[in-house]
Design a protein around this ligand. Structure first.
Ligand code: AMP
Ligand code: MG
Length: 487
């Protein structure tokens, strides 16, 4: 266990120099205070969880203090936003403080979001509000607990600094951890600004540090791109299987590591709705729930374009062709498991599709349906769940098919079925209204709700005593909350 001053830095990205990032110091928040910390994330840095409660913790992650070995840098990148190219973006309100490596030898970027203005702030104020910082914190840690690849969050620091959005709010900072903060947009930036040397340097950097095994391949760059395609297919399959809607899948928000990245107006589905749009500003539904699958491929094509100086167009196209089949295989595998199936049959795809269509028509709760399906034998569970469906005849037909499929699947006890299904079907999910409750309390200075919610969501598959209120459908006020982009 380490104290805060015992972190070991090795700032590999900063060493790439001024063509890639700019030195900027964090702008401190007034009266910084700990809102919430993740013990699990602290463990990634070998940090003693007790240090979160010390004043120096809030000072460090509230921008007042800095380690001598930290080298705070704002990274430059660009990206396609809602389909159109924006030539320059960059860290407008976040700083890479440095790279820390832990005792296991893993490197973690420390990225402080909400740290003030940088050369890339454009019209923004460089700040993040408490509301959005809490949402990013909860989402990162909740996705991780569900087994979905994601950046992590160490803590949220609140303050008395006024920040203007639609109304006056308070500034906050969230400390994000990831093995890298390099985005598709980094590659696009050097490609479109026609800086082949830096682009090669960036590609070498990513290959050496994050895809070293691709060096062994005959075409290392192509192998790396293929790996990125595979990781994205797997990540998006998990989003779809668990009902996660990202909301702003611009290429500057897509990580080169295939992890969920940059949380804004995201949402988990309450009722199943394939057409759900979580981003209030996404009028066309470009990033609707079901569109995430083709958009994943669109974003990979944008990255492929930026890699054309290194890889032939034919090879890139072939690698891109892997995306959909891989996505489908991962998705179907997860959905089979959510249905409690251990074998694969040709028709499983239509079994899943049939169920989703029924759920869509009846507005059935996506999370609770699967959890309850595993509570009992297939026969008892479908008999109980039937009441949630408007088209009961349609559900009965599906249920007959499902029971027959379960019977063919294998011979196991109800106890085994429950255990297996509950291990993949969460009871607790980060519903927007739950986040909203925690935010309202935190804005009033009470951090007990966010801490409790974080705790519950860190074990989403385990039923926790006294936490029934976190496993309910949203109340009327909590359905379809409008989450704006102004974070
Ligand atoms: P996002 O939609 O959060 O992914 O941000 C898109 C771009 O806008 C990034 O370059 C951000 O750094 C920048 N940005 C977002 N909010 C702010 C802000 N309040 N101040 C400065 N830059 C911002
Ligand atoms: Mg972003």
């Amino acid at each position: 266990m380490k104290a805060l001053d015992e972190l070991t830095f090795d700032n590999r990205f900063a060493r790439l120099g001024d063509a890639f990032s700019t030195h900027v110091l964090p702008e401190p928040l007034d009266e910084p205070r700990l809102v919430v910390a993740s013990k699990a994330a602290m463990a990634l840095l070998d940090l003693d969880p007790a240090v979160a409660e010390t004043p120096v913790f809030a000072e460090l992650f509230g921008g007042h203090k800095l380690w001598a070995e930290a080298e705070p840098r704002a990274m430059v990148y660009s990206g396609h936003q809602f389909g159109g190219y924006t030539p320059q973006l960059g860290d407008g309100r976040g700083l890479l403080l440095g790279e820390v490596y832990n005792e296991a030898g893993e490197h973690w970027d420390l990225h402080l979001k909400g740290a003030g203005m940088t050369p890339y702030s454009r019209m923004g104020d460089g700040r993040a509000v408490l509301r959005s910082s809490i949402r990013e914190f909860l989402a990162s840690e909740a996705l991780h607990a569900l087994g979905i690849p994601t950046s992590r969050a160490l803590c949220v620091i609140g303050s008395s600094t006024p920040v203007w959005r639609e109304k006056q709010e308070r500034g906050a900072m969230v400390l994000r951890l990831a093995h890298s903060h390099i985005r598709f947009g980094h590659f696009e930036y050097f490609y479109y600004t026609k800086k082949p040397e830096q682009q090669a340097e960036l590609t070498e950097h990513v290959l050496n540090l994050h895809y070293p095994e691709c060096r062994e391949q005959p075409e290392p760059y192509l192998a790396m791109f293929r790996e990125i395609v595979e990781r994205n297919a797997e990540m998006i399959a998990k989003w779809q299987a668990y009902g996660f809607c990202h909301g702003v899948m611009n290429t500057d928000n897509m990580s080169i590591l295939g992890i969920t990245f940059d949380f804004g107006p995201f949402a988990f589905l309450d009722d199943f709705d394939a057409h759900f749009i979580c981003n209030h500003s996404d009028h066309e539904g470009r990033y609707s729930f079901s569109n995430q699958v083709p958009i994943g491929q669109w974003n990979l094509s944008a990255l492929a374009q930026a890699l054309t100086p290194f890889i032939s167009v034919d090879a890139l196209k072939e690698a891109l062709g892997l995306y959909l089949p891989l996505y489908q295989a991962h998705y179907l595998d997860l959905m089979r498991r959510r249905l409690g199936l251990t074998t694969a049959e040709e028709d499983d795809q239509t079994l899943v599709e049939g169920l989703l269509k029924l759920m869509q028509n009846s507005g059935v709760d996506y999370t609770l349906f699967f959890r309850r399906l595993g509570d009992e034998s297939a026969t008892l569970a479908v008999a109980r769940l039937r009441d949630d469906f408007v088209d009961m005849a349609g559900f009965d037909a599906w249920a007959e098919r499902y029971k027959a499929r379960v019977a063919r699947d294998g011979d196991y006890t109800q106890e085994q079925r429950r255990e297996r299904m509950h291990a993949v079907n969460p009871l607790y999910i980060l519903r927007n209204y739950l986040a909203q409750n925690a935010i309202a309390a935190a804005e009033a200075g009470d951090y007990s709700e966010i801490r409790r919610l974080h705790e519950v969501l860190s074990k989403p598959f385990e039923e926790q005593a006294g936490m029934e209120q976190y496993a309910q459908r949203p109340p009327d006020w909590g359905k379809h909350l409008e989450i704006s982009c102004s974070s």
